[in-house]
Ligand binder design. Structure first.
Ligand SMILES: *Cc1c(COP(=O)(O)O)cnc(C)c1O
Length: 413
C-alpha cells in the first residue's frame, strides 16, 4: 500500500529555465547508458571486476604502473597526501585551485604554504624557490603540490628539479588534465603521484570519481589501504588492520561509465581544441582581454578543461557587470579561482608572503582573480553556440569599456 505514496504527480509542472551554455559539461551517449545498465544487471555492484578493469585501462592509457580509483579526486588527494606527508608537514602549493587541493592538506594535518602563479595560471617555479627560501623550518618542508590549471601541465621539469634538490615529494593535482601531455608524455606520469577527477564536468566522467597514478609501489599500497578501511585480507575470513582508513571506493556502475567514457577521450579533446582555436582566432588582437590558450607551447597538449580569458586592467572594475551580463545572455561563465588564501579558513596560513609594508606579494594570483573568466568550451557545444559566445563576449566587453569611458570609476586602474 505504501507504494501509493510514491506515485509521482501525473503532470509534472515544467519549469522553464533559460538555456545556459555552461563553461564545461559532460557528454553522455547511448553507449554510456547501455554500459551502466549492463553493470546494474551484474552480480556485484561494488568491488567487482569493472573497477579493476578501469584501473588497468587507465594505467595503460597513461603509461604508468599503478592506478587506484576513488569516489572523488578529493578522496584521491587525501590518499596521496597521506602516503607522502607526515603530520605537521609544510607543503608548498598554488593558491589558484579548487579549495580541495588545500583542504585535504589540512585534513592530513599538513600546513599549506601558498606560492604564486605564472601567466598560464600554474604555480611558478620562481615563487616555489622564494617560498623555500623563506620557510623557517626546512625539516618540516616535505612537498610541492601543483595544479595543471585548465588542463595545461605545470612546469613539471623545473618543479621536479626543485623537489629533487630539496628532497621534497611532488604531487600533481591533475583534476583538469586527464588526457593532456607534454612532449608526448601523458600528464599522470610527470610527478611522484598525480590525481585525476572524474566529476561530471571534468574531461571524462564517472559522475563522481577520481584516481591516483604513480610508479611508486609504496604509495600505491598506501593509497589502497586508505581507500578501504586500512583492511588487509589474511586467510579465509581473517583480516588485519594496522592503520585506519575510509570507504573511498568507486563502484561498478561508475567504473562502467568510466570505461565507456575512456573510449571517447580523444574525440572530446579534439573538439575542445577545435573550439579553443576558433576562439583564439576570433579574439586575436581584441582590446578587452587576452586568452591564455594561444600561449600554450606546441609541445604541450592541454585538455582545455577551461578556456580562460584575462580581462585587461581597465576592465577589472567592470568584471561583475560583464559576468552578470554574460549570464543574462545565457553564457555560464565562471571565475577560476578565488585565491585560496583569501578564504576565512586560510586567513592564518603561513604569512610568508607579506612584504615589509605588509602587502601580499602574491600579486599574480591576486591580479588573476581580478582578470580571469572561463568561457564555455566543451564537446557538447555546436558551432552556432561557439559563434554566439564570441559575439556576446565581444559585444558585452565593448559596452562595458564604453560606459567606463563616459563615467570612469576611480578604483579602476
Ligand atoms: C574538481 C577538482 C577537484 C575535486 O574533484 P572532485 O572529484 O570533485 O573531488 C580537486 N582539485 C581540482 C583542481 C579540481 O578542479
Amino acid at each position: 500500500m505504501w507504494s501509493q505514496n510514491l506515485k509521482l504527480p501525473k503532470q509534472t509542472t515544467k519549469v522553464k529555465f533559460m538555456e545556459i551554455i555552461p563553461y564545461s559539461t559532460q557528454l553522455i551517449d547511448e553507449q554510456d547508458i547501455a554500459a551502466v545498465a549492463q553493470a546494474l544487471r551484474s552480480a556485484l555492484l561494488t568491488q567487482g571486476e569493472l573497477v579493476e578493469r578501469f584501473e588497468q585501462e587507465l594505467a595503460d592509457f597513461l603509461g604508468v604502473r599503478y592506478v587506484v580509483c576513488f569516489n572523488s579526486a578529493t578522496s584521491a588527494l587525501y590518499a596521496a597526501y597521506r602516503a607522502c606527508f607526515s603530520q605537521g608537514a609544510l607543503v608548498i602549493t598554488t593558491p589558484i585551485s579548487f579549495v580541495a587541493t588545500a583542504n585535504m592538506l589540512l585534513a592530513c594535518d599538513c600546513e599549506p604554504v601558498f606560492a604564486d602563479i605564472g601567466f598560464d595560471g600554474n604555480i611558478s617555479p620562481e615563487s616555489i624557490a622564494r617560498a623555500i627560501e623563506k620557510v623557517d623550518s626546512k625539516q618540516r618542508l616535505q612537498g610541492i603540490v601543483s595544479v595543471d590549471f585548465a588542463g595545461k601541465s605545470a612546469d613539471t621539469e623545473s618543479i621536479r628539479a626543485i623537489a629533487k634538490e630539496h628532497n621534497l615529494r611532488f604531487i600533481a593535482d591533475s583534476s583538469h588534465a586527464f588526457g593532456g601531455s607534454v612532449d608526448g608524455r601523458k600528464i599522470g606520469t610527470l610527478a611522484d603521484v598525480s590525481v585525476f577527477s572524474f566529476h561530471a564536468i571534468k574531461p571524462i566522467t564517472t559522475a563522481e570519481g577520481g584516481a591516483i597514478s604513480t610508479n611508486d609501489k609504496t604509495i600505491y599500497e598506501q593509497a589502497k589501504l586508505v581507500r578501504s578501511h586500512g583492511l588487509v585480507k589474511k586467510r579465509l575470513w581473517d583480516t588485519q588492520v594496522a592503520q585506519m582508513g575510509f570507504n573511498f571506493r568507486l563502484n561498478e556502475l561508475q567504473a562502467a561509465l568510466g570505461l565507456s567514457q575512456l573510449r571517447k577521450i580523444q574525440a572530446f579533446l579534439e573538439r575542445r581544441e577545435e573550439i579553443a582555436r576558433i576562439y583564439d582566432q576570433a579574439f586575436a588582437g581584441n582590446p578587452y582581454f587576452t586568452p591564455t590558450h594561444p600561449a600554450i607551447p606546441a609541445n604541450h597538449t592541454s585538455t582545455n578543461h577551461l578556456y580562460p580569458i584575462l580581462l585587461h586592467k581597465e576592465l577589472y572594475c567592470a568584471k561583475e557587470e560583464i559576468f552578470a551580463m554574460l549570464w543574462e545572455k545565457g553564457l555560464g561563465v565562471q571565475v577560476h579561482y578565488k585565491p585560496i588564501f583569501l578564504y576565512e579558513l586560510y586567513a592564518n596560513a603561513i604569512g610568508l608572503h607579506k612584504d615589509s609594508s605588509g602587502r601580499d606579494s602574491r600579486t599574480n594570483a591576486l591580479d588573476w582573480y581580478q582578470a580571469e573568466l572561463s568561457l564555455p568550451c566543451h564537446q557538447v557545444m555546436s558551432d552556432e553556440q561557439v559563434q554566439y559566445c564570441i559575439k556576446q563576449i565581444l559585444e558585452i566587453c565593448a559596452k562595458s569599456a564604453n560606459s567606463l569611458k563616459s563615467s570612469p570609476r576611480i578604483h579602476c586602474v
